[in-house]
Ligand binder design. Structure first.
Ligand code: GLN
Length: 500
């Protein structure tokens, strides 16, 4: 692994600024690393090498001309292939959009372009972001750089593997029920799900609109904070975009202290059904936080026990409505029936049969059922009531502490083909700790808290809505305390990859 791909995003930014190396060199070294490793990891669906080098060249030229540049200008980034990129294929991990080249631009990509970050490519994901392993991609499994026999998590599995595999210093993912935090946990990286509405969803292919949120990912808290600042902010093109001015995340991550911070351990998410090694690492991290001056309290959020059930009604309901647009008429795949008349209905049916994978079909059917007359009140209506209860529980809990904490996931990364990875119900249960934040619209962050049986464990921090800065006020100093106690989790992997 070359030295440049080992560096963090902020180290790269500093070296670019001081002239130690150029963006073309940095970008090329990441592209080389992708071509050397992506047969193993399959993090990328599309690598955009020419575009990336073009951006890098332009940034280098501007820098030599003395122009004012964004702090991250010239630092490469990878985008989950759910982020629309004008002129560059955007697949959502689905056969349905395999050959779709968007005629418009997402706000996220616009911001990345305006700041001058070379885009290395589009990363692999579960089809339309539905899944927890990246096994539901139409473009093959992504493998976990820690151990190729294990899943990288999902749905932003490619985004996380690109970071852990040192293919990209920064990644953009999306999180509807944990899809940024869970793959971050499985790969020993940092993933953030911001407050709902704080990063524009314009040009993010919709899964479940009331839950979807773009999430910055990095190999450490400060990198994720810097990317978060770049992506956040009001967007008139997104009707759910918040008007808030956001910022100060990086500074909070770098200068905060754990002294006097109250961390509330969510009783419902602290133990039962969790892998022993996960519980041990989580408890040890709490002890480290306490030793650094944090106060640990226990909080009760009883409605969280129903959050998973509510999510698996609300999410598929929104999925069934959002995915109705893939009808074989407007864009994407179009398949005509093999026999019989060619009508709107037969084309729609043949297109969807061929274009959607099993998991997507399962959720569309579930959602259509939950919304149908006669069942609406019993299923969708009740789920919405639980959503309100979860929000109320969080509000009460935040009155008693600064942030809430839990393990990010009940287990470490599953093995491909393991009993659990093959059982959709068991996989749904793996989302138990991440989903409540999406239902409540609050921000969450996962950072690595050591290893269990050689695989990373994620530590989740949750903050009140619109107070994302609190995530960084705790995550920054906690990361520092954990690293001085037990070393950097990703260093273990870097050593292993170097030895190869
Ligand atoms: N794993 C969850 C699901 O399958 C979350 C997906 C996501 O956040 N996009 O729905």
């Amino acid at each position: 692994m070359t030295e440049l791909t080992n560096k963090s995003a902020l180290e790269l930014a500093a070296g670019l600024k001081s002239g130690e190396f150029s963006s073309v060199e940095v970008t090329q070294s990441h592209l080389d690393r992708i071509s050397a490793t992506d047969d193993d990891f399959n993090s990328f669906i599309t690598v955009t090498d020419e575009l990336a080098l073009e951006t890098a060249k332009a940034v280098d030229a501007k820098r030599s001309a003395g122009e004012d540049l964004h702090a991250l200008a010239g630092v490469p980034v990878a985008l989950k292939d759910l982020v629309v990129t004008e002129g560059v294929a955007t697949t959502a991990g689905s056969k349905m959009l395999e050959n779709w080249v968007p005629p418009y631009e997402s706000t996220v990509h616009n911001k990345v372009k305006a700041a001058g970050l070379p885009v290395l490519g589009k990363t692999n994901l579960d089809e339309f972001a539905m899944g927890s392993t990246t096994e539901h991609s139409a473009f093959g499994n992504t493998r976990n750089p820690w151990n190729l026999e294990h899943v990288p998590g999902g749905s932003s599995g490619g985004a996380a593997a690109a970071l852990a595999g040192f293919q990209a210093p920064l990644s953009v993912g999306t999180d509807t029920g944990g899809s940024v935090r869970q793959p971050a946990a499985f790969t020993g990286t940092v993933g953030v799900k911001p407050t709902y509405g704080s990063i524009s969803r314009f040009g993010i292919i919709a899964m479940a609109s009331s839950l979807d949120q773009v999430g910055p990912m990095g190999r450490n808290v400060a990198d994720a904070a810097a990317l978060h600042e770049l992506l956040a902010g009001h967007d008139p093109l997104d009707s759910t975009s918040l008007p808030d001015e956001v910022g100060g995340f990086l500074k909070a991550a770098q200068t905060s202290d754990l002294k006097g911070k109250k961390l509330g351990v969510i009783k419902q998410l602290a133990g039962e059904g969790y892998q022993d090694g996960v519980r041990t690492a989580f408890t040890a991290a709490l002890e480290t936080a306490a030793a650094a001056g944090a106060e640990i309290v226990e909080v009760d959020c009883p409605s969280i026990s129903y959050a998973l059930d509510a999510y698996y009604l609300i999410m598929p309901s929104e999925v069934s409505s959002n995915l109705a647009r893939y009808d074989g008429m407007r864009y994407g795949l179009r398949v005509e029936p093999e026999s019989g008349p060619v009508t709107a209905e037969t084309v729609m049916s043949a297109t969807r049969a061929a274009g959607f994978g099993d998991e997507v079909k399962r959720r569309i059917i579930l959602g259509t059922y939950a919304l149908s007359a006669g069942y609406y009140d019993a299923y969708y209506g009740s789920a919405q009531k639980i959503r309100t209860l979860v929000q109320n529980d969080f509000a009460k809990a935040f009155a008693a502490c600064d942030v809430l904490v839990s393990p990010t996931t009940p287990t470490t990364a599953l093995k491909f083909g393991a009993e659990k990875a093959a059982d959709p119900m068991a996989l749904y249960l793996g989302d138990v700790a991440t989903i409540p934040a999406n239902l409540a619209g609050i921000p969450g962050l996962s950072l690595p808290a050591g290893l269990a049986d050689g695989l990373p464990v994620g530590f989740q921090i949750l903050a009140p809505a619109r107070e994302d800065i609190k995530l960084y006020e705790v995550a920054g100093p906690l990361e520092a305390a954990l690293e001085s106690a037990g070393g950097r989790v990703l260093d273990t992997l870097a050593e292993g990859l170097n030895a190869k």
